[in-house]
Each structure stands twice: as structure tokens, then as C-alpha cells.
Ligand binder design. Structure first.
Ligand code: GRF
Length: 223
């Protein structure tokens, strides 16, 4: 039997992706345990969700440190202490230190609200609307030193409607973020995904194109 995946979650705000993880574990849909939730904001709702679930909730405030490097080192010392198999950045809104990204290479993922490589960074829904794209969505990718630039594992798409504003589009995307993240974590939990250099390995062979969410399941698509 494979041991349940130990997850550390980094979140800065609302934590709906964290809640989706906790719910999936609670429902028996995901064989994992969240061994710690970490935030750069003391008041993050994500921390409250963790406490409600009896999970260690740790805030590390950037203001308490003189440099970004010192903050990152302190935060990741806390993360390392819970011995996660995988770190999940779920709405963590701060740049990560290169040293930490390298130390956790292949063991840290991020969920980003766009179809990467399009619309990196902030305000992704506004970017998509400004570009006039017909399709938008969300991506789960391995974290590398390049912001939102790491190898993409899986994506979910949504249509962009004529009537959309940023809020309507963000809500439609968020609705797909949760099943996308859970389906991806199910594959990690089954030890079916890993990173070899810059290549995502799925079932022991290179993934030629990101997996695509269809309903609640991930499918391989042709590159
Ligand atoms: C999500 O859209 C996530 O993709 C982005 O920030 C948002 C966080 O939402 N990086 P939540 O905190 O999980 O509710």
C-alpha cells in the first residue's frame, strides 16, 4: 500500500482551493493528509480553514524580516519541519525565493488561473478579456524559478462569454480550479506524476501536452 501523500499548502487569502483539498480528503476522494498550512498573512482565511480542520496553521510575516531571503528561509524552515511530500501553492501571492524553489524542485506545484503560458502573473482574467480570447482556464504546474513558467501538468478550460466581466470569468474559472487541483493531486497520491529536469513524467514517460480536465477526470490529449 502507498502511504497517504503529505501535503503542505501555502496560501495568502481565501483558501477555497485548500478547502477543496480538505473536502476531497474528508470524502475519501483523495488519499492524502494536509500536514500544515502556511501563510504570509496572519489574517488569511486559509489559516482559519486549517484551524477548523485541526491542522497546524502557521503565519510567517514578511515584516518581521529584514530581507526577502530571510523571510523565505524562515517560511520554508517551517514547511520543511512538517516533512511534506509535496508543497501546494494555492493562492500564495508572493514571489518564492530561488533557493527554496531549487531545494523543492519537483516537489512544489502551483495553481494558476490562466491557460499557461498565456497570462502569467496577476490579473489573469482581465488579461484574458483584454486579449479577446475565446477560451480561458486554469493550470497546475511545477514551480520553477521563472514566475508561472514551470512545466505545466494539467489544465482545465472554460469558454469566455460575450457578457463576461472579470468577476463572472473568475468565478467560472475557480469552479474548474478545484476539480483540476484534486484530480492532479490524485495522480500525485498514486505516485503517477513526477518531474525529470524540465519534463513532466506521467506513468514513467514524458508528458507531451498538459493533461486536460474532462468532467472531473484528467485525460491525455495529443500534443
Ligand atoms: C485562485 O484563483 C488561484 O488560482 C490564484 O489565486 C486564487 C486563490 O483562490 N493563484 P483561493 O485562495 O484558493 O480561494
Amino acid at each position: 500500500m502507498i502511504a497517504p501523500l503529505r501535503l503542505a499548502v501555502l496560501a495568502s487569502g481565501r483558501g477555497s482551493n485548500l478547502q477543496a483539498i480538505l473536502d476531497a480528503i474528508g470524502d475519501g476522494a483523495l488519499d492524502a493528509s494536509v500536514v500544515g498550512v502556511f501563510s504570509d498573512r496572519r489574517k488569511a482565511i486559509a489559516l482559519e480553514r486549517a484551524r477548523n480542520a485541526g491542522i497546524p496553521a502557521i503565519a510567517v510575516s514578511p515584516k518581521s524580516f529584514e530581507t526577502r531571503d530571510a523571510f523565505d528561509a524562515a517560511l520554508f524552515a517551517e514547511v520543511a519541519a512538517v516533512r511534506p511530500d509535496l508543497i501546494v501553492c494555492a493562492g500564495y501571492m508572493r514571489l518564492l525565493g530561488v533557493a527554496e524553489v531549487e531545494a523543492w524542485h519537483g516537489r512544489m506545484i502551483n495553481i494558476h488561473p490562466s491557460l499557461l503560458p498565456r497570462h502569467k502573473g496577476l490579473h489573469t482574467h482581465a488579461q484574458a478579456l483584454a486579449d479577446g480570447v475565446a477560451e480561458h482556464g486554469c493550470s497546475v504546474h511545477f514551480v520553477t524559478a521563472e514566475l508561472d513558467g514551470g512545466p505545466v501538468i494539467a489544465q482545465a478550460t472554460v469558454p469566455v462569454l460575450e457578457s463576461d466581466d472579470v468577476d463572472a470569468l473568475a468565478a467560472r474559472v475557480l469552479d474548474r480550479e478545484h476539480p483540476l487541483l484534486i484530480a492532479t493531486l490524485q495522480l500525485f497520491s498514486a505516485r503517477r506524476l513526477c518531474l525529470d529536469g524540465t519534463s513532466v513524467q506521467f506513468d514513467g514517460r514524458p508528458l507531451r501536452a498538459p493533461l486536460r480536465l474532462a468532467g472531473m477526470d484528467l485525460r491525455e490529449i495529443d500534443a
